[in-house]
Design a protein around this ligand. Structure first.
Ligand code: NAD
Length: 258
């Protein structure tokens, strides 16, 4: 039996990368999916792809940094599909001007925090009452391996935002544990998605990151979608408050083999 049969999932950041692959996989596993992105054309494309494969999906534009957009996306999921069981707060940005504390501007810091951390807060703020109305559910917040390690390439705003996601996730997991609402963080390693490849835009920068990954390659968005499916489904029923690392071994390594 499909692991998300009769479930309703809301996924943010579906126009690309992890969000797109997760929306496709969740639908394949039986969920009705509200596909959310700031890029409406991209959200519609993913929703059409799901429908074309025989799944159920709808698209909704939302900027996760805007409270009213987040309130409306949750309302849209309930209106369209009758309930909400899975909330995947995945949308995120990595700003090209993010660097050390000295060269990162206040504007870059604020934008990164607003999307990556406040966006997750809003997803939980409006998503949790909906999950409660459905009798419980699963929240997955995308953090990153960089919340566990000091990185070779500085990006202080991004790293701090992801550390905040871990702390927020832990606290919400404890608060809602007796309500059948599970809250877990997903920590991907370096992936071959647009987000990271735009940041590591030269072969030299990519190699500098690759030397730290025991598996010797970047991960794929599809590999993270499988982990998100596990956290979304009852297969992870005893997990809450976790920091689920899917990272090619990068956080386990001190020195990687040649
Ligand atoms: P991506 O750039 O491929 O996709 C991100 C999506 O989020 C895009 O469709 C974009 O339009 C959307 N988005 C951006 N800002 C938004 C906003 N304000 N409101 C709504 N949607 C918005 O990125 P990805 O690699 O799939 O990353 C997804 C998540 O995974 C992010 O939170 C990212 O920080 C995290 N992550 C990525 C990596 C990596 O190496 N790629 C590693 C660890 C964590």
């Amino acid at each position: 039996m499909a692991s998300l049969k009769d479930r309703v999932a809301l996924v943010t950041g579906v126009a690309s990368g992890i969000g797109r692959e997760s929306a496709l996989l969740f639908a394949q596993e039986g969920a009705s999916v509200l596909c959310v992105d700031i890029d409406m054309a991209g959200a519609e494309k993913t929703a059409h792809e799901i429908a074309g494969a025989g799944g159920k999906a709808a698209a909704q534009r939302a900027d996760v940094a805007v409270a009213s957009d987040c309130e409306q996306m949750v309302a849209a999921a309930e209106r369209r599909f009758g309930k909400l069981n899975v909330m995947f707060n995945n949308a995120g940005i990595m700003h090209s001007d993010d660097g050390t504390s000295e060269d990162t501007s206040e504007a870059t810091w604020d934008l990164t925090m607003n999307v990556n951390l406040k966006g997750v807060f809003f997803g939980c703020k409006y998503g949790i009452p909906a999950l409660r109305r459905a009798g419980g559910g699963s929240i997955i917040n995308t953090a990153s391996f960089v919340a566990h390690l000091g990185a070779a390439t500085p990006q202080v705003a991004y790293t701090a935002s992801k550390g905040g996601v871990l702390a927020l996730t832990r606290e919400l997991a404890v608060i809602h544990a007796r309500e059948n609402i599970r809250v877990n963080a997903l920590c991907p390693g370096p992936l071959r998605t647009e987000l990271l490849m735009k940041f590591l835009d030269t072969e030299q920068k990519r190699q500098r990151r690759l030397v730290h990954i025991p598996m010797g390659r970047f991960g794929e968005a599809k590999e993270i979608a499988q982990a998100a499916l596990f956290l979304a489904s009852d297969a992870s029923s005893y997990m809450t408050g976790s920091e689920f690392l899917v990272d090619g071994g990068i956080t386990a390594a001190y020195v990687t083999p040649e």
